[in-house]
Ligand binder design. Sequence first.
Ligand code: 3PY
Ligand code: MG
Length: 251
Amino acid sequence: MSLAQLYDLRDAVAKRVPLRGPFVAIPTPVSVEIVAGAKPDFICIDTEHSPISDGLLTDMLRAADVACIPAIVRVRSNLPQNISAALDAGACGVLVPHISSAVEAKAVVKAARFAPHGARGAGPGRAASYLRNISGSIERARKETFVAIQLETLQAVENVEEILAVAGVDLVFIGPGDLGVDAAAHTGDVTVDALIERLVSAAQAADVPVGIFTADRSASKRWLARLSFVIEGSDALFLTQASDAAAAALD
Ligand code: 3PY
Ligand code: MG
């Protein structure tokens, strides 16, 4: 978990405090420092779509700690070693992409939580203050480790009720991009918006916090009227947009 975080992100999500933060995908702690300096509610370091090694991830988490911004990690995949590596490095939570069934969701909880709710191994590393605080860090993790899963496939939409029934998941997060890719490949007539609506209404009926990715602030504003967690854009997107604007022809 984040060593210097100012608030308990898991608790805030459970209380439906509106939270908005970006992905950080540019593989350097400098980017974390720049993005965290703007004081988002949290950052999500993206190792799914960025070449961030475990060592570099640790340095990026250190930068988030210095800025007192909770940092979650979107792990590369749902392999248990990806989940435990991010948590052992000091992330306050994980976002696990491409979860499409209750079996997969249960495996995430098992990897992310210590017994009795899971089977995460107790490590001596950074999250445990290098052996100085193993039992304290386990206690804190039991209380505060934030576990989010991404629903972004047609199969996830099909299985949404059984996924939502899995204990130990703090938030389901909708990935409109991958949902769109899957829908375009497999459905003729169902729109991505309709799939998103099905996911949102199922999560709200099950009283499970739900979040979504947005590309800009107006979409975030619309969504935060209906749900409480948004990841908006990324450092790479911000840099791309600012670079294009800066290079635009002078009038
Ligand atoms: C998607 O839209 O597929 C995402 O993963 C966004 O986070
Ligand atoms: Mg995705």
